[in-house]
Design a protein around this ligand. Structure first.
Ligand SMILES: *[C@@H]1O[C@H](CO)[C@@H](O)[C@H](O)[C@H]1NC(C)=O
Ligand SMILES: *[C@@H]1O[C@H](CO)[C@@H](O)[C@H](O)[C@H]1NC(C)=O
Ligand SMILES: *[C@@H]1O[C@H](CO)[C@@H](O)[C@H](O)[C@H]1NC(C)=O
Ligand SMILES: *[C@@H]1O[C@H](CO)[C@@H](O)[C@H](O)[C@H]1NC(C)=O
Ligand SMILES: *[C@@H]1O[C@H](CO)[C@@H](O)[C@H](O)[C@H]1NC(C)=O
Ligand SMILES: *[C@@H]1O[C@H](CO)[C@@H](O)[C@H](O)[C@H]1NC(C)=O
Ligand SMILES: *[C@@H]1O[C@H](CO)[C@@H](O)[C@H](O)[C@H]1NC(C)=O
Length: 377
């Protein structure tokens, strides 16, 4: 039995703890491959990559991702373009912000095991990137770091109305020979959907010698793309890319059928914002390759994910980093292409696909992607 005076002493313990300031989530951590082939910078806010320096074919390093000079804008920029963080607990869109467990076609709240997440996209028709404060706008903490690696942790304590707690560890690593690797391991206390991505926006010229990504060469190892409605929600159909502007099975300039993309990514929008379903296990074959004939920089992406979102950045309008000619110039339409390794989008509302995105105490989630850099002549 604990005596009364001891209990009151215990009550004082929190007050006696040394006051430690919360770590500033915008502090930059730099990791670099010993051979100088890759230097990457991160902040713990969103486990976000803020700079990525790769040597071009002339041996000069370029920062090939877009972003901010002032990283607090990751939190404060009302445009919220999601520059290079980890996105969760559920990336891309959820129809009407609603799902059930087990999943069903048209879940109606309130109902047993029906969940509703704040809707923040298309005038409230869906939830985008995990809600208003998804994982990309949370303060992760540094667990460990070395000159070539950094690991961040985030506890999602039933945030945004998702069921149960999810504990996630993200590790970013660089290696000699132009390798950048990101892995995420997540465990959940209850049954919950989990579908993550790393939302990197590439411009392999870094605005030296070209202004946009329309002339980048793109290859996507996918013969099917998810058909979406006017709110970018899957209809359930998969489109065969043969003879369509979605066919990048052989490498093409991004704009090779640009005129035919008018309206494909929403009203008034040109370009792509689509989910391609990979044809092969992409952890051994690159699922996506992207290179520029201007800088010569090439990236080959391998992943354990079954799909990839390619968004050609129609809606961008944000002051550029100084190194990209900012802040008087903005990133605008097609300044960069986001290539996001992910699961089938909104599979939790598309039971006909038979894709299981429900994780829990007996099923951990792992996301893993490797970016291999080289140069073309
Ligand atoms: C960075 O942005 C924040 C929020 O927008 C602002 O309060 C701060 O003054 C900025 N810092 C600098 C150095 O411009
Ligand atoms: C969307 O969700 C809201 C809030 O839970 C619900 O009232 C409404 O019926 C849902 N709409 C559709 C079309 O399912
Ligand atoms: C994250 O850190 C920022 C800056 O220290 C702080 O303003 C904010 O309240 C923190 N967010 C949460 C959810 O703790
Ligand atoms: C979920 O996280 C909250 C906040 O840290 C904690 O109070 C709660 O005990 C956790 N629940 C479980 C089941 O781990
Ligand atoms: C796509 O259509 C082509 C031409 O009709 C056909 O040969 C191919 O098998 C189809 N691919 C898929 C994945 O359905
Ligand atoms: C695309 O449309 C523009 C304007 O209508 C036209 O000038 C151009 O030739 C077209 N390009 C292709 C590849 O069809
Ligand atoms: C750049 O973007 C900001 C934010 O959207 C906008 O306020 C500003 O007018 C834009 N600047 C230019 C030069 O277009």
């Amino acid at each position: 039995m604990i005596s009364k005076w001891f209990k009151s002493l215990l009550a004082l313990v929190p007050l006696l703890r040394p006051v430690v300031a919360d770590p500033w989530p915008f502090d930059v951590t730099t990791i670099a491959a010993p051979d100088g082939s890759v230097t990457a910078k991160f902040v713990s806010f969103g486990a976000t990559m803020t700079e990525l320096w790769i040597k071009d074919r002339f041996g000069n390093p370029r920062d090939i991702i877009i972003g901010y000079d002032n990283n607090t804008e990751l939190l404060t920029d009302p445009a919220h373009p999601v520059f290079n963080p980890i996105v969760g607990r559920y990336a891309n869109r959820i129809k009407n912000g609603t799902f059930s467990i087990p999943i069903t076609k048209y879940p109606q709240p309130p109902g047993p095991n029906v969940y509703h997440i704040p809707t923040n996209d298309h005038d409230g028709q869906d939830t985008l990137h995990g809600g208003i404060y998804g994982w990309d706008r949370r303060n992760w903490t540094i667990v460990s770091k070395s000159p070539t690696s950094v690991t961040y942790h985030h506890l999602d304590a039933a945030d945004e109305g998702f069921p149960g707690n999810v504990s996630a560890y993200t590790t970013h690593t660089v290696e000699n020979g132009g390798v950048l690797k990101t892995t995420v391991h997540a465990t959940a206390t209850e049954l919950t959907p989990i579908m993550l991505t790393q939302h990197i926006y590439w411009n392999l010229d870094a605005f030296q010698g070209s202004e946009n990504i329309l002339n980048h060469n793109l290859r996507v190892d996918a013969s099917r793309v998810v058909e979406v409605d006017g709110d970018a929600i899957p209809t359930g159909n998969l489109i065969n890319v043969t003879d369509t502007p979605w066919d990048f099975r052989t490498p093409q300039k991004i704009d090779y059928r640009w005129n035919e993309t008018v309206g494909l990514c929403g009203g008034g929008c040109s370009g792509y914002d689509h989910c391609w379903i990979y044809d092969h296990p992409e952890d051994t074959n690159p699922g996506v390759s992207l290179w520029s004939d201007v800088s010569g920089i090439r990236v080959d992406i391998t992943t354990n994910n079954p799909a990839t979102q390619v968004y050609t950045g129609y809606w961008l309008d944000t002051p550029r980093k100084k190194v990209h000619g900012g802040p008087s110039l903005n990133y605008t339409s097609y300044s960069a292409v986001a290539i996001e390794q992910e699961g089938y989008i909104d599979a939790i509302n598309t039971p006909e696909w038979g894709v299981n995105q429900i994780y829990g105490p007996d099923r951990d989630y792992t996301w893993s992607t490797t970016y291999k850099f080289s140069t073309v002549q």
